[in-house]
Design a protein around this ligand. Structure first.
Ligand code: MG
Length: 346
């Protein structure tokens, strides 16, 4: 009865919202929950995975920082979920679907952020992308190798959450079918650009005054002003998504769109691809390569909880290593005699 009431509540959402009662469903049909919609159930399944807990020790940008206030993959994920919930609720879209996809979107990230991703991409003939790996972890590896049997909409939003460098709205790995998936894709960029500014200032790479002029005049002078400007603008510019008339599109107004892209490009230049950041990343990359080679040559050391026994050995090694946190990877590599891991205290 409770689930029925929640599904009826969803009828009040925008005509363009996704509804759990008309979801394309799960890979394996199963009895619905008595007290939760399917999207709420997916959110809870993701939250209770071990892979989700490990996000707390995975890098966002700065690798295994000693200081307590740096963003980790876990706090990033929670910020994305919050931004996505605010936007979907304001636009009368399905907040539960957005929250589920946001919580799962980075679960496939390996240790050392994008450096780990680059390393694993060199190791596998099919390459390695964290968004595909997020789907793989949730759909295949978790739950003792059975996967979580999530709904199509949640998995699709996660797979297509990655963005290309040139534009926040660039197609990248595809545009999600649901508006909620499109909100998550944008909420990811809104969250990371803003919290990475704070971390970059904390690390002494930039100061507030270095930010592009448009970012300061159009978006605001402080973290909260910038975040608020971006969220309010996207709600206003995407108002047609509520069913108020016009094409339902998740977008910024042209002026804020330009300011946000300029800010993101500035972050690529001054922070993400900056020499000192890259040097540390290269070290992380060499550790991942070392671990991959070790486990591909010694598959008996691969824990059966993090890979599928029937898969090729390279795939199993990549699944195992990509599941590691930064600190676990450093410790493992040190124990196995990798010189790069020496003196890195975590
Ligand atoms: Mg992300």
């Amino acid at each position: 009865m409770v689930r029925r009431r929640l599904e009826e509540d969803e009828q009040r959402l925008s005509p363009f919202a996704a509804r759990s009662s008309t979801s394309r469903g799960r890979g394996q049909p199963e009895a619905p929950s008595p007290v939760r919609t399917d999207f709420q159930r997916d959110r809870d399944r993701i939250l209770h995975t071990k892979a989700f807990r490990r996000l707390k020790h995975k890098t966002q940008v700065f690798i295994a920082p000693a200081q307590d206030h740096y963003v980790t993959r876990l706090t990033h994920t929670l910020e994305v979920a919050q931004v996505a919930r605010t936007i979907t609720r304001a636009l009368n879209l399905n907040e539960d679907l957005a929250e589920a996809a946001a919580l799962g979107h980075d679960i496939g990230h390996g240790p050392f952020g994008h450096a780990g991703e680059e390393a694993l991409a060199e190791c596998l003939p099919e390459g390695f992308r964290h968004n595909y790996q997020s789907v793989r972890v949730l759909d295949k590896l978790e739950n003792g190798g059975h996967g979580l049997n999530l709904t199509f909409e949640v998995l699709e939003a996660i797979e297509k959450s990655s963005k290309a460098r040139e534009d926040i709205f660039a197609e990248g790995w595809g545009i999600p079918e649901t508006l909620e998936g499109q909100v998550v894709k944008t909420a990811d960029a809104i969250a990371y650009v803003n919290h990475d500014i704070l971390d970059a200032i904390r690390a002494g790479l930039i100061t507030e005054e270095d930010l592009p002029r448009a970012a300061r005049t159009e978006l605001g002078q402080s973290h909260s002003e910038r975040l608020n400007s971006l969220v309010c603008d996207i709600v206003e510019a995407s108002w047609a998504a509520t069913g108020a008339g016009g094409d339902p599109v998740i977008q910024f107004s042209p002026r804020i769109h330009a300011a946000a892209n300029e800010l993101r490009e500035f972050m690529f230049r001054r922070v993400y691809l900056y020499d000192a950041t890259r040097q540390e990343a290269e070290r992380g990359k060499r550790i991942v390569l070392f671990l991959f080679r070790h486990f591909a040559n010694n598959p008996d050391g691969i824990s059966p909880d993090y890979s599928l026994p029937g898969d090729p050995v390279e795939r199993r090694a990549a699944d195992y290593v990509s599941g590691m946190t930064d600190r676990y990877a450093i410790r493992q590599a040190r124990e196995l005699g990798c010189p790069e891991a020496e003196g890195w205290h975590v």
